[in-house]
Design a binder for this molecule. Structure first.
Ligand SMILES: [Zn+2]
Length: 118
């Protein structure tokens, strides 16, 4: 009986040490996936921009296109096979630096993780 209690105690101590670490690595993995998604979206926006004479998808649309509409446009024109989803459930917001020349930058920001991979 005493041995049983000791064994349970040892197991619970090991779990208390290991679980926060496991949780941390899950959080880190989600962040890494989100960063990869953001890099992919950004690079495909740049490809689109270069292919379309310095225009981002749906630019100039009135009212302005939502980020979701821009992502749908990238997919329908085959720049994305699927629309990447943040593993933590965040939404991606796309913003473009104001018009002016051929040297603009697109930003992708996750509502959970912010802007990663710059
Ligand atoms: Zn995210």
């Amino acid at each position: 009986m005493v041995e049983m209690i000791v064994v349970l105690f040892v197991i619970s101590v090991v779990l208390m040490i290991a679980l926060p670490d496991l949780r941390q690595s899950g959080v880190k993995a989600q962040e890494t996936t989100c960063e990869a998604n953001q890099r992919l979206i950004r690079s495909q926006l740049e490809n689109y921009y270069l292919d379309h004479r310095y225009q981002y998808p749906l630019e100039g649309k009135v009212p302005p296109a939502s980020s979701q509409e821009v992502l749908n446009q990238l997919r329908s024109e085959k720049y994305l096979q699927t629309i990447p989803a943040c593993p933590s459930g965040g939404d991606y917001m796309l913003t473009f630096e104001p018009a002016g020349g051929s040297d603009r930058t697109a930003h992708v920001t996750c509502s959970v993780h912010g802007e990663l991979g710059l």
